[in-house]
Design a binder for this molecule. Structure first.
Ligand code: ADP
Ligand code: MG
Length: 240
């Protein structure tokens, strides 16, 4: 579903991604971890071309993302992205937040978009809040709306960038629960997170990055049971 081949990226003189290669199969859940500044956000942003690359290739569902031939708005609409800071539209109700992209990008009828949005709100346990505005919800609730909004586009894969790291501790689980459910339903997911409980529960593979490199890319049990690199061992010993 997602193939990242020999990707190199620079910010000016700074080499941010160094020969990164990996792939995510359909239905696979891959957790990306590593120290701050190691390139995790940059890597997942290159998957839907929110960041350009200078070398290498990324193929999503058969389309070369950086090749110049792919219709990026259409591709991006099919790859759900959930950020640390929710990024809901503050001036729109929750219902409208869920409907707007379906109408504007996918061309759905407003009634159909609203219906689908409400079903997704129910799925993340927030139907009762449908007429509120983002500012009236807790961080955990806003993040669940953001996930529902991404799902409203019928994504072929979901990318998460530290979806729980801006949340108060008591709200982390309500968001992780939604993500676990998605994973168990077979969604293809690439998740940047330090929540190793989540990784242990549902990840198929764990990627560990350091200084712009993919240092480890291993099956979950291998990664936690016997990380090969010293850098990953040191990282795990700090966060587990
Ligand atoms: P992580 O998500 O692992 O914390 P990032 O992918 O955000 O790391 O950043 C990787 C490195 O690239 C960091 O050193 C960061 O300072 C640098 N970087 C990220 N975005 C930019 C940018 N827009 N311009 C210059 N440097 C950047
Ligand atoms: Mg980051």
């Amino acid at each position: 579903m997602i193939e990242i081949r020999d990707v190199n990226k620079w910010f000016g003189p700074f080499h941010a991604l160094k020969n990164c290669s990996t792939q995510v199969e359909k239905g696979e859940v891959v957790v990306v971890c590593g120290p701050s500044g190691s390139g995790k956000s940059t890597l997942i942003k290159t998957v839907n071309a929110l960041e350009p690359i200078q070398q290498g290739e990324i193929v999503v569902d058969g389309h070369s993302v950086h090749g110049g031939k792919t219709h990026l708005p259409r591709l991006r609409s099919r790859i759900g992205m959930v950020f640390q800071n929710f990024e809901l539209f503050p001036h729109l109700s929750i219902t409208s937040n869920l409907a707007i992209a379906q109408v504007k990008v996918l061309g759905r009828e407003p009634d159909e978009a609203r219906e689908r949005g409400l079903r997704l709100l129910e799925r993340v346990g927030l139907l009762a809040h449908k007429d509120k505005f983002p500012g009236q919800l807790s961080g955990g609730q806003q993040q669940r709306v953001a996930i529902a909004r991404a799902l409203s586009m019928d994504p072929i894969a979901m990318l998460f960038d530290e979806p729980t790291s801006a949340l108060d501790p008591e709200m982390i689980n309500e968001v992780l629960d939604v993500m676990v459910e998605l994973a168990l339903e077979g969604m293809t997911m690439m998740v940047v997170t330090h929540e190793m409980g989540f990784a242990k529960k549902v990840a198929d593979r764990v990627i560990f990055m350091d200084a712009g490199e993919i240092v480890e890319d291993a099956k979950k049990d291998e990664f936690f049971g016997n990380p090969r690199s010293e850098r990953a061992q040191a990282f795990l010993s700090k966060i587990l």
